[in-house]
Ligand binder design. Structure first.
Ligand code: AMP
Length: 864
C-alpha cells in the first residue's frame, strides 16, 4: 500500500507472466497488485519473487496472502488448461540482490487454493472474492529469504502479502522483568527466558518463564522480593514511607514502627529508638524499644558464721523486658569465695556467699541488668549494696597428711595448714588408732607445729590418722582418714645389708674389713621404700587428666595472682614471675608457667601432668607446687619462685666464686631431693643442672617433671626416632640402650650433675657428639675430675657411673657420703693426682676402719 511507484518484484518470464497492475480497492484507493491470467494456454509456469526479506532474528515466519482467484467455470471457453491454485515457495539467502529467480533453489511451502471464505470485493463493475491464506515456514539458516509465487495456469490477482513473526511481549511477573522474546523455530518449541529483578528487589528464586510458539508466556517460575525498606506495589518496589519499616525482604510489606521507636525517612529497614529507649543486639526489629531495669529492691542479708545469705526483690521498673538478671560483687580483695547458685547471670533473687573469712567486714553489691543494660551506653547496671561482718568460725579441715621417717615403732606426720584457717591456729590435734581396732580405742596428741613424731607404735601395723586445727573459735572438723603402716624391722635390716654388700664393696674395691660390714648395717644408712610411705601415682593412669590434677593440685583463683614479668621460656609457653596471695596466707613470690593458646588435648594433658606429679611431692629440695589455674584461660601452673633461676646458668654466671663446701652443699640438697623422689618410687629421667632451680639462699631444688612420661618403657622404642629425646650426656647406658630407666639411672645422671656443679656449668663431654659419647662410655671412658675437684667427689662421680647399675650407690648412700664430707671438710682438700680411695669416710659412726689401697698398703683409722 505504501509503495508509490512500482514494486518491481522479479518475474519469470518477464513478459506475459505475472504483471504489476494498479487497481482501486473497495474504498477507491489505488493499490498495487500482481496479476496473471493465462487460462487458455497450456503448460504455464509463471514465477513471481518478492524482494529479499531480512530475517531479523525470527526463526519462524508467517506469510499472509490476500488474493482473488477466478472460478474456471466463470470463464467462457476454457478447456482443461484452467487452474484454481498457485504454489508458495521460499528460499533462504544471505544475498539481498539475487538478480534472477533460481527456481531450483526454492523450496515449496504449500499449494494454495481459494477457500470458502471468499469475501466479495466490488472491483469496478466486477464482484471479486478476496481470499486470505496464512502459511508459516521455518527460516533459521541465513540472514534472510525470498518468497515466490508460482502460477501454473490460474487467473489470480495478489492483493497483499504480509510477512511477520511472533514474539512473547515484554512483561513483569513476580517482580521480574521478561524481555520481548521471539518465539522458537518449531511450532512446539518453548524458549526459556531468565527474568531480571525489578529495581529495589532481590532474587528469591531464579525467575524463569517459557515463551510458547504462539507468542504466549507460560506460567512463571521463581521470582524476586522487594529489598528491605521497600514493598511491592503494582509490580514494582516502592519505599516504605516515614513511620513504617521493612526489615527483611521476606517480610510481607512495610509495617508500622513498634512502640518507642520511629523512622523519619522513606525506605527505613529498622526504626530508631526514641531517646532513653534501647534495643539489644538480639532484639528483632519488630520488638518495642526497651529500657534497663531500675536497681534491685529491699536487699537483706543474714550472716551465718562465714556465710552470708543475700536476698532481694526484683527492680521496681523492668524496662519492658523479661530478661532481668543479677550479679554480685564484693568490695575489696577476695579469693576463693563461693557464690551459690552463682555470682553472675542469676535469675533468682537469693544467693548464699560462703567461704568468707571469719570476723571480716564485707560489702556486697547486687546489680540488676537486662538485655539493654550494655546498649544503654552507661553500661552500668543499677545496683544496691549491703555491708556485713562475718562471725567467727572454726578452721576448715586439714586436707592432706603425709608420713615420713617410718620405722618399726614410729613415724613422723606432717600436714598443711587448712585452706581456711579462719583465724590464728592455736593448736592441732592428732587422733589415731590401729586400723583393725577402728575407733574403739584411740590416742590423741596435740602440737603447735604442723608435724608430730608418733612413737610407741606396733611394727607392721596399719594406723589411721585424723588431724584437726583449733582457733579461738574452737576446733574445726577432723580431716578425712589417712592410713600409714609401720615398718617390719627385719625387712629393713636385710635390705640395708643387701645394698651395702652389693654396692659399697665396689666403691672401696678392696674387700671390706668384717667389722665395717657390721657397723654400716645400722639403721642410719637405711632408707628403703617401705609400706606406709606415700608412693608416687602416675597421673597418666587416670583416664581423666582433670581428675588427677584436682586430686594433686589446688585450684587457684586467678584473681589471687599478679603476674609481673617474663623470666623464661618453657616447652609450653612463657614462664613469668609474680605474686600469689592466697586467702589467709601471706603474699609470696611465685613462678607462673602458662600454656600458650591453640594447644591440643595432648599438650594440655602433658602440661597439667607436670603439676599432677609435682603436687604429690613435699620436700625442701623439690620445687613446690602452689597450685594450678584450670578454670580459666590461659591454664597456669604456679610454683614457688626461685630467684637464681636454673643451676647451670647460675654457675656459669658465678664461675669460680664458691667454696667447695658451698658446692657440696648444693649437691647435698639435690641428693636429698632425689632420695625423696626415689623413696616415692619416682624416676626423674631428666636430672641435669638445667633442671635444678636455685633460690636466693642457694638452696637447690629438683624441678622439671615433664620428661618422666615422654619416654615409655618399651624396649623396642629405644632404637626408634624417639631416642633423640633422650638427653644422651646425662643418661645411663642401659637407659639409652633399652630404656631401662630406674633410680639407678637417675644416680648416673646425678653423677653428671656433680660434674657440672664442680666444673661451674661446663658442658659434659664438651663438644663431643652424642654418638662419640655413647661409644666412649661403652669403651669405659669416664669424665675426668674437673679442675680443683676433690678426689672424693670425683670418686663418687665414678661410682655413680658404674656400668652395672646394681653397683652404683643409692641416693641415700650418696646423701650420707656428702653429709660426712660436709662434717669433715678436710677430706675435701685433697685434689687431683691422688690415687687413694677415701673410703674411711663412708660411715662416721665407725670406731675404726681398716682399708687396703690398690697398692696393697693397709691403713687403720681410729675414732674417725
Ligand atoms: P621450664 O619449663 O621448667 O624448663 O622453665 C623454663 C625456664 O623458666 C627455666 O629454665 C627457668 O629459667 C625459669 N623458671 C621455671 N620455673 C622457675 C621458678 N620456679 N623460679 C624461677 N625461674 C623459673
Amino acid at each position: 500500500r505504501t509503495v508509490p511507484g512500482e514494486l518491481k518484484w522479479a518475474a519469470s518470464p518477464s513478459e506475459g507472466g505475472w504483471e504489476e497492475v494498479s487497481i482501486m480497492d473497495e474504498k477507491n484507493i489505488p493499490i498495487r497488485t500482481y496479476q496473471v491470467c493465462n487460462v487458455l494456454e497450456p503448460n504455464q509456469n509463471n514465477w513471481l519473487r518478492t524482494d529479499w526479506i531480512p530475517r531479523s532474528g525470527a526463526q519462524r515466519v508467517y506469510v499472509e496472502v490476500k488474493f482473488t482467484l477466478r472460478d474456471c467455470n466463470s470463464l467462457p471457453g476454457v478447456t482443461g488448461t484452467c487452474k484454481e491454485t498457485f504454489n508458495l515457495y521460499y528460499h533462504e539467502s544471505n544475498e539481498d540482490r539475487e538478480s534472477y529467480i533460481k527456481e531450483n533453489s526454492f523450496i515449496k511451502v504449500d499449494t494454495v487454493a481459494a477457500d470458502e471464505s471468499f469475501t466479495q470485493v466490488d472491483v469496478g463493475d466486477r464482484i471479486m472474492k478476496l481470499n486470505t491464506e496464512v502459511r508459516d515456514v521455518k527460516v533459521t539458516t541465513r540472514k534472510g529469504f525470498y518468497l515466490a509465487f508460482q502460477d501454473v495456469g490460474a487467473c489470480i490477482a495478489l492483493v497483499s502479502v504480509r510477512v511477520f513473526y511472533k514474539t512473547c511481549p515484554l512483561t513483569v511477573r513476580n517482580l521480574a522483568t521478561f524481555p520481548d522474546t521471539i518465539t522458537g523455530a518449531d511450532t512446539s518449541s518453548l524458549v526459556e527466558v531468565r527474568g531480571s529483578c525489578v529495581n529495589q528487589s532481590e532474587e528469591r528464586e531464579e525467575p524463569k518463564m517459557y515463551c510458547g510458539a504462539d507468542g504466549e508466556w507460560l506460567v512463571p517460575i521463581g521470582g524476586c522480593l522487594c529489598n528491605p525498606g521497600y514493598e511491592e506495589k503494582g509490580g514494582a518496589c516502592k519505599a516504605c514511607s516515614a513511620g513504617f519499616y521493612k526489615a527483611k525482604s521476606t517480610d510481607p510489606g512495610c509495617a508500622k514502627c513498634p512502640p518507642h521507636s520511629h523512622s523519619l525517612r522513606d525506605g527505613a529497614t529498622v526504626c530508631d529508638c526514641h531517646s532513653g529507649f534501647f534495643r539489644a543486639d538480639s532484639d528483632p526489629p519488630s520488638m518495642a524499644c526497651t529500657q534497663p531495669p531500675s536497681a534491685p529492691q529491699q536487699l537483706i542479708s543474714v550472716v551465718n558464721e562465714t556465710s552470708v545469705v543475700l536476698e532481694w526483690a526484683p527492680p521496681h521498673r523492668l524496662g519492658g523486658r523479661s530478661d532481668t538478671s543479677y550479679s554480685l560483687d564484693t568490695m575489696g580483695w577476695e579469693c576463693n569465695v563461693l557464690f551459690s547458685p552463682g555470682q553472675a547471670g542469676l535469675k533468682t533473687t537469693r544467693v548464699v556467699v560462703s567461704e568468707l573469712r571469719a570476723h571480716t567486714h564485707y560489702t556486697f553489691i547486687v546489680h540488676a541488668r537486662n538485655g539493654v543494660s550494655q546498649a544503654s551506653g552507661a553500661g552500668a547496671a543499677q545496683s544496691v549494696s549491703v555491708s556485713v561482718t562475718t562471725n567467727q568460725a572454726t578452721p576448715s579441715p586439714v586436707s592432706f597428711i603425709q608420713a615420713t621417717d617410718v620405722t618399726r615403732h614410729s613415724l613422723s606426720l606432717s600436714w598443711q595448714q587448712p585452706d581456711r584457717p579462719n583465724g590464728v591456729i592455736l593448736e592441732y590435734e592428732v587422733k589415731f588408732y590401729e586400723k583393725d581396732q577402728r575407733e574403739r580405742s584411740y590416742r590423741i596428741m596435740r602440737t603447735f607445729s604442723r608435724s608430730v613424731d608418733v612413737t610407741g607404735l606396733n611394727p607392721l601395723t596399719v594406723y589411721v590418722f585424723h588431724v584437726r586445727a583449733r582457733t579461738a573459735a574452737g576446733y574445726g572438723e577432723f580431716s578425712t582418714p589417712f592410713e600409714f603402716s609401720t615398718n617390719s624391722g627385719i625387712h629393713t635390716a636385710m635390705f640395708t645389708v643387701f645394698i651395702i654388700s652389693r654396692s659399697y664393696t665396689t666403691i672401696s674395691h678392696p674387700p671390706l674389713h668384717p667389722s665395717f660390714s657390721s657397723l654400716v648395717s645400722s639403721p642410719a644408712l637405711a632408707s628403703p621404700t617401705v609400706a606406709g610411705v606415700k608412693i608416687y601415682v602416675d597421673p597418666f593412669t587416670y583416664e581423666d587428666p582433670d581428675q588427677a590434677i584436682h586430686e594433686f593440685a589446688k585450684e587457684i583463683d586467678v584473681s589471687c595472682i599478679h603476674i609481673e614479668k617474663v623470666i623464661g621460656m618453657g616447652e609450653f609457653g612463657e614462664v613469668c614471675s609474680g605474686r600469689l596471695r592466697a586467702q589467709g596466707k601471706r603474699e609470696i613470690y611465685v613462678a607462673i608457667k602458662s600454656l600458650k593458646a591453640g594447644y591440643s588435648d595432648k599438650q594440655r594433658r602433658d602440661f597439667l601432668s607436670e603439676a599432677s606429679i609435682m603436687g604429690q611431692f613435699d620436700h625442701p629440695n623439690i620445687i613446690r607446687l602452689e597450685g594450678v589455674v584450670t578454670r580459666c584461660k590461659p591454664l597456669m601452673i604456679i610454683t614457688e619462685y626461685m630467684e637464681n633461676g636454673s643451676l647451670d646458668a647460675f654457675l656459669r654466671k658465678h664461675d669460680g666464686q664458691f667454696t667447695v663446701i658451698q658446692l657440696v652443699g648444693m649437691l647435698r640438697g639435690i641428693a636429698s631431693g632425689m632420695k625423696y623422689l626415689s623413696d616415692m618410687n619416682y624416676v626423674h629421667r631428666d636430672l641435669a643442672a638445667r633442671n635444678i632451680l636455685v633460690n636466693s639462699n642457694l638452696v637447690c631444688k629438683v624441678s622439671d617433671f615433664g620428661l618422666s612420661r615422654v619416654l615409655e618403657d618399651d624396649p623396642e622404642a629405644a632404637y626408634t626416632t624417639r631416642v633423640r629425646h633422650i638427653p644422651i650426656r646425662w643418661t645411663a647406658p642401659e637407659a639409652i640402650a633399652y630404656r631401662k630407666f630406674t633410680t639407678a639411672s637417675d644416680v648416673w645422671s646425678y653423677g653428671i650433675v656433680m660434674w657440672e656443679v664442680v666444673s661451674y656449668g661446663e658442658r659434659p663431654y664438651w663438644d663431643m657428639n652424642n654418638q662419640d659419647v655413647i661409644k666412649a662410655i661403652e669403651e669405659g671412658y669416664r669424665l675426668p675430675a674437673p679442675m680443683d675437684c676433690p678426689v672424693v667427689l670425683h670418686q663418687l662421680m665414678l661410682d655413680c657411673w658404674e656400668r652395672d647399675r646394681a653397683e652404683r650407690p643409692t641416693f641415700s648412700q650418696i646423701l650420707n657420703m656428702l653429709d660426712k664430707l660436709i662434717r669433715n671438710p678436710g677430706t675435701l682438700r685433697r685434689t687431683g693426682g691422688e690415687r687413694y680411695l677415701n673410703v674411711a669416710l663412708l660411715d662416721c659412726d665407725c670406731v675404726s676402719v681398716s682399708i687396703t689401697t690398690f697398692e696393697g698398703q693397709h691403713f687403720t683409722f681410729k675414732e674417725v
